[in-house]
Design a protein around this ligand. Structure first.
Ligand SMILES: [Zn+2]
Ligand SMILES: [Zn+2]
Length: 252
């Protein structure tokens, strides 16, 4: 699919190379800039208590690179199947009418949000946590470099709803690629421990900081409605949080 967009001959190797180059570029630019800005350049403003830990940062980068390369291997069959026309991804924005683009994006969002909430909860279950999800939670107080630091199977399981969705509902290629790119940037943003957005309906940074600190709250992707339904919601402004989470961990 990426080859198709770039006008290159279609092959699994080109797809794999595109996913690796795109993923690594996105990670190093987004996570690198975010870390530099919030934890180095404006450290005094955003994280005055932060003590750089080179070993931990190297570990975050190692898991991120592993995750991106592993994901590229696991995602290539999906993108190749899309390129060969087996999915419902379409290229002409008028094929289903303009009005279908926002409607399909909304359906896509509800499906992926639901699936990812439950997959993430399953990843916190005993053996799945120990063998797959634990590396991501080894960063109890994360920074931007931990945003995509996952066992590749972990990030693939959480990305799978995005890839599967386009085999069941017609989605314009721009909507699909827009979402998978945005979700990577979102992953970096919710680990910088700086909450610009503070609407409780959104799974903003403060919520995800608490996910790392406590380990059993706020499992959502972009929203918190499933956490409210599932009884796993924790408000960053609650008394429990004020009493138990140090100021340096969760900036208010
Ligand atoms: Zn988790
Ligand atoms: Zn995280």
């Amino acid at each position: 699919m990426l080859a198709q967009l770039l006008g290159l001959p279609e092959s699994p190797l080109v797809t794999f190379a595109g996913l690796v180059i795109g993923g690594l570029s996105l990670f190093f630019i987004a996570a690198g800039l975010s870390y530099w800005y919030f934890f180095v350049f404006r450290k005094a403003r955003y994280h005055p208590d932060y003590v750089p830990n080179a070993k931990e940062n190297r570990r975050a980068i190692k898991w991120s690179v592993l995750s991106i390369v592993g994901n590229a291997i696991l995602t290539t069959p999906f993108h190749f199947a899309i390129a060969l026309g087996y999915s419902k991804v379409y290229w002409d924005p008028l094929e289903h009418g303009w009005e279908w683009i926002p409607i399909s994006a909304l359906i896509y969002l509800v499906i992926t949000e639901t699936a990812i909430y439950w997959i993430h909860r399953a990843l916190h279950w005993g053996p799945l946590y120990d063998y797959i999800h634990q590396p991501h939670h080894s960063f109890k107080v994360p920074n931007s470099l931990a945003g995509v630091a996952f066992n590749p199977l972990d990030s693939f399981m959480q990305a799978l709803p995005h890839h599967l969705c386009v085999f069941f509902i017609p989605v314009h290629v721009g909507v699909y690629l827009g979402f998978v790119t945005f979700v990577t940037m979102w992953a970096v943003m919710i680990h910088d421990r700086v909450s610009f957005v503070r609407w409780r309906g959104i799974n903003f940074t403060g919520h995800h900081t608490l996910h790392h600190w406590f380990g059993h709250y706020n499992y959502g992707q972009f929203f918190t409605f499933w956490d409210r339904i599932g009884g796993t919601y924790l408000n960053p402004d609650s008394d429990e949080v004020k009493a138990e989470v140090p100021e340096g961990v969760l900036r208010r």
